[in-house]
Design a protein around this ligand. Structure first.
Ligand code: TYC
Length: 130
């Protein structure tokens, strides 16, 4: 005698629905085979961005800071000088805003250039408030 087992799905597959697409739910009692499509609101946030900041100190030459800002943050000489003077007067200044990876790379590049040249210049990145 051949026994044949037949399996039938009794539940809808529980697959997470991407944001913005309707969620498929089983019909309410008495609804037969019908399904209910439920719209979920779109909630995609923009990526967190980071500002790269230079800190003032008493030893790094102004000229070196201006060149760093020009070379690593693609600013013209005039803008770089204004940013350097702001840092010198206020203690810190933003040189650019980037995604997390790019911001961390800028910090590493600036720090390496400063140490190679014997300067204590500090460069950090901070998440931007949304
Ligand atoms: N304060 C430094 C000086 O007088 C210049 C300086 C500016 C250093 C900006 C660091 O991030 C800095 N030589």
């Amino acid at each position: 005698m051949i026994v044949r087992m037949v399996f039938m799905a009794t539940k809808l597959p529980q697959v997470p629905t991407p944001p913005g697409l309707p969620t498929v739910r089983p019909a309410p009692p008495g609804g037969g085979d019908a399904v209910v499509l439920e719209r979920r609101p779109e909630k995609v946030l923009p990526p967190q961005m980071y500002q790269v900041v230079l800190l003032n100190d008493d030893y790094t030459p102004m000229e070196f800071v201006v060149v760093v800002i020009q070379e690593f943050f693609n600013k013209d000489r005039e803008t770089a000088t204004q940013i350097m003077l702001k840092i010198h007067l206020d203690g810190k200044g933003v040189c650019g805003v980037f995604s997390k990876d790019v911001a961390n790379t800028k910090v590493d590049q600036v720090t390496e250039a400063a140490r190679k040249n014997g300067h204590p210049l500090q460069c950090v990145c901070e998440p931007i408030e949304l």
